[in-house]
Design a protein around this ligand. Structure first.
Ligand SMILES: [Ca+2]
Length: 256
């Protein structure tokens, strides 16, 4: 009689322990799956080599690029007729001017950013035709996937590209997220100058909020604007310090 009395309890116990075991196996399986998914998504993020197969790598908050160190569409010409340029020389647009329309003769420079923050942008350029420094002195620039891209001057004035959804916009040409970037002065020596907003020069800044690959895009505007180098540096670094350090690591790196 006593054995019969305990039988339901025994059956219940066996049922529970069996269920617990099954649950245990299931839990393990789910955990394994999650583990694999995590690994795969990390791999995807780590595989950040763009289709072109190269990057310009930031180091210590500085990126230095020989402008000619890229693939250019027809219309851009490599020149090396002056002594005071670095790398293989400089590039100039010899196609039709594109004063109102950015995107022609577009060149993309993929930047690998590990040090996030606000960077100042400049380039070393010259006007390569005539003697009037207000002609042949500008090219379009955009950072389509950066967190922010703006012009700022010493008095605190800030301008955003037209098409960015932000205002105010600069004087003169701007369209679809692009700034017209110009240099000034009638001395046609190559010099580090990059401003936007006509007659109201604003320096150029770009914000990279998280580590990853970002695009720096350039497209043709004035013809015979010669560009030798580009430089980006965290806003807490001086341009001279950035240039001193940049010569050591201004390389394009394969990433395939
Ligand atoms: Ca150069």
């Amino acid at each position: 009689m006593r054995a019969l009395y305990y039988l339901p309890v025994l059956v219940l116990f066996l049922f529970i322990s069996c269920s617990t075991e099954e649950l245990g196996i299931e839990e393990e399986f789910i955990e394994d799956n999650i583990g694999q998914e995590d690994e795969e998504s990390v791999d995807e993020q780590g595989d950040s080599c763009p289709d072109v197969g190269f990057i310009f790598e930031e180091s210590n908050g500085i990126i230095s690029i020989e402008f000619e160190n890229n693939d250019f569409p027809e219309g851009w010409k490599l020149k090396n007729d002056v002594a005071d340029v670095s790398g293989q020389g400089y590039m100039q647009w010899e196609g039709s001017p594109s004063l109102g329309t950015p995107g022609n003769g577009r060149v993309t420079f993929p930047l690998m950013i590990t040090t996030t923050g606000t960077y100042k942008f400049t380039w070393r350029s010259s006007f390569r035709k005539g003697s009037n420094g207000t002609e042949h002195n500008d090219t379009w620039l955009s950072f389509p996937d950066a967190k922010d891209f703006y012009g700022k001057k010493g008095n605190g004035s800030v301008v955003y590209p037209s098409g960015s959804g932000k205002s105010p916009n600069p004087n003169g040409a701007t369209k679809d997220g692009w700034f017209k970037i110009y240099r000034s002065g009638n001395n046609n020596s190559f010099s580090w100058q990059a401003m936007t907003s006509d007659h109201d020069g604003h320096d150029i800044y770009v914000v990279f909020e998280s580590p990853g690959v970002y695009e720096l895009q350039v497209s043709a505007r004035s013809d015979f604007h010669g560009i030798d180098r580009m430089l980006l540096y965290r806003e807490n670094i001086s341009q001279n310090d950035a240039l001193d350090q940049a010569d050591a690591f201004s390389d394009k790196k394969s990433c395939n």
